[in-house]
Ligand binder design. Structure first.
Ligand SMILES: Nc1ncnc2c1ncn2[C@@H]1O[C@H](COP(=O)(O)OP(=O)(O)O)[C@@H](O)[C@H]1O
Ligand SMILES: [Mg+2]
Length: 132
């Protein structure tokens, strides 16, 4: 399915709707260039899950665990699946929460099978094409 978002708020709404179709244990790969809106999308998913914390980019922590309900990964600074494994990050894919993974391309060898994919493309200053 393809959706056009015209603002940050619309992306959050689209993500909230999408999250209703997710279940515990799902792993969602968020794809798109820097600044596309992957972290914004996470905010919508968190909102749908009733998580009220500020969702910040886990660039330095690699993964933020929100109460075992949501695991938000940013693998930008990882260079291999081996790194992810060594840091103990991969076990969370099987941890029972929903995983949202930014820059999963960097750890492709250790992703579980059956991942879902969301692609966010920048089509304008504030416009995004979101493929779900
Ligand atoms: N339609 C839109 N959807 C999502 N973000 C948008 C949109 N229009 C503008 N933005 C801006 O783009 C940026 C996206 O940042 P972020 O979610 O951190 O990107 P990423 O995690 O993909 O690097 C934010 O500053 C946000 O306000
Ligand atoms: Mg991000």
């Amino acid at each position: 399915m393809e959706k056009i978002s015209k603002s940050r708020e619309e992306t959050i709404k689209i993500a909230e709707e999408y999250a209703r179709g997710l279940k515990a244990g799902d792993v969602v790969l968020l794809k798109g260039e820097m600044g596309a809106g992957k972290t914004v999308f996470c905010k919508g998913v968190a909102k749908a899950l009733g998580i009220t914390d500020e969702i910040t980019s886990p660039t330095y922590a690699y993964m933020n665990d929100y109460y075992g309900k949501l695991y938000h990964y940013d693998c930008y600074r990882l260079s291999s699946g081996e790194d992810a494994e060594a840091l103990g990050l991969t076990e969370y894919f099987y941890g029972g929460g929903i995983s949202l993974v930014e820059w999963s391309e960097n750890i492709s060898e250790v992703l579980p099978s059956g991942c879902k994919t969301v692609i966010i493309e920048k089509t304008g200053e504030e416009e995004r094409k979101i493929t779900l």
